[in-house]
Design a binder for this molecule. Structure first.
Ligand code: GMT
Length: 387
């Protein structure tokens, strides 16, 4: 059996294919790539733009842009084909061992095409991580379903970010393919700004409770339920809501006036980095209809803050109910408000949950631990492919 590992030290050459935008999948791919590069592996990011958080210069960290030209002949610009060409070029030029692709479509599909193009030349193993959309948004679309299923079944290894997404994927695609659950992780950077400074820059008094919501504000996040809940709070005049929006908030502005909560809501639109904002808050609030994991929730817990969220998808795997946060049904702003009021009223409970959250994130979603799980998974598949 010929070992495919880069060298005797077991360091790997890894291609990381992801969306470069602020979404959780791009953040996880970038942070994982950085951790792997910091531990000596050679990491090659392949995407249409440099990922947002890829701002560390290391000699073993590379970014290879995918160039998409537009042709009058094509009504719709195509990304999958130039991506597959770039993947095959980088795989061959650098002798990649592993291609870790985030999302089945179009990333795993492009990786499979790249492997075909490499023919009898040395090929990387394809590890596909599913983050949710492949299954819960496009999985039921007959125009995508077969190619997603094909891309999953033909990847060398497949991981999901939660047990819930694994079960959903097996069910939606009716497959029998082994899937490994490797959860997301979070390792908050040391604070640069104090809680007091941040709160005063936001105009939040010491005696006010600051709620936090961080998301890209897509309809699936049900931001309307959060605003509605804030308007129903018993403790409304003692509470403010900070929204870190990974996009525009314009569409929701009229709702602030309609609900009479404009003076209670602080919105920071088009945010790229969460900075130390979770430190300034007291409770996280998330009302998603569907969430395979909920990276924003994990980031809030990681700062030692309890979270109130909806009981859906992978969220109950991230929040320990009645230990680190409270769970409510989807689409019930009154229940969301009642759960928030419970924590707003009870400082000791808030602190107890917050403390438990910090410990839980450190033990279950520790960055180094999850990095090692991915490395073990890569190596397991390299061994299988090396036969
Ligand atoms: O939720 C989003 O709008 C963004 C999306 C993404 O592609 O980043 O998030 C998905 O992947 C994240 C990272 O694994 C998960 O934390 C989110 O729960 C998941 N979103 C959904 O399932 C709706």
């Amino acid at each position: 059996m010929r070992a495919r590992f880069l060298n005797m030290t077991g360091k790997l050459k890894i291609g990381m294919v992801c969306y470069p935008t602020i979404g959780g999948s791009g953040i996880i791919a970038t942070e994982l790539g950085l951790l792997l590069a910091e531990s000596g592996h050679e990491v090659h990011f392949i995407s249409y733009e440099q990922p947002v958080r890829l701002n560390t210069a290391l000699p073993n960290l590379f970014f290879h842009p995918v160039i998409v030209n537009e042709y009058a002949l094509f009504k719709y610009p195509d990304y999958t084909l130039p991506l597959s060409v770039r993947i095959s070029e980088v795989s061959e030029e650098y002798g990649l061992d592993v291609l870790h692709v985030h999302y089945a479509v179009p990333h795993a599909t492009a990786a499979l095409l790249a492997r075909l193009m490499l023919g009898s030349r040395r090929k990387p193993v394809i590890i596909t991580t599913l983050h949710g959309t492949d299954t819960n948004l496009m999985g039921n679309d007959p125009h995508y379903r077969p190619i997603i299923k094909y891309s999953i079944e033909n990847s060398c290894g497949v991981t999901t970010v939660s047990e819930s997404l694994k079960q959903q994927t097996l069910e939606v695609f009716q497959i029998d393919h082994p899937i490994e659950v490797i959860p997301n992780f979070c390792d908050p950077a040391p604070s640069k700004q104090s809680r007091e400074d941040l709160r005063s820059s936001l105009g939040v008094r010491d005696d006010e409770i600051l709620l936090l919501h961080m998301s890209n504000i897509r309809p699936v996040k049900r931001v309307g339920d959060i605003l509605d809940a804030v308007s129903r709070l018993k403790n409304k005049h003692q509470t403010k809501l900070l929204i870190l929006a990974g996009g525009s908030f314009e569409g929701w502005e009229p709702e602030l006036d309609r609900l009479g909560i404009r003076d209670r809501v602080i919105v920071l639109p088009n945010v790229q980095e969460i900075g130390d904002y979770p430190n300034a808050c007291d409770i996280g609030v998330y009302a998603s209809e569907q969430e395979s994991f909920g990276l924003g929730i994990l980031e809030t817990l990681a700062y030692g803050k309890p979270v109130v969220a909806t009981r859906t998808g992978g969220i109950p795997e991230v929040i320990r109910e009645n230990e680190t946060g409270l769970l409510v049904p989807v689409g019930q702003p009154a229940a969301l408000a009642a759960a928030l009021d419970l924590l707003i009223d009870n400082r000791a409970l808030r602190e107890q949950y917050g403390h438990a959250a910090l410990l839980d994130v450190t033990s279950r979603f520790n960055a180094q631990k999850i990095k090692t799980r991915y490395l073990d998974y890569y190596r397991r598949h390299l061994r299988a492919a090396g036969a």
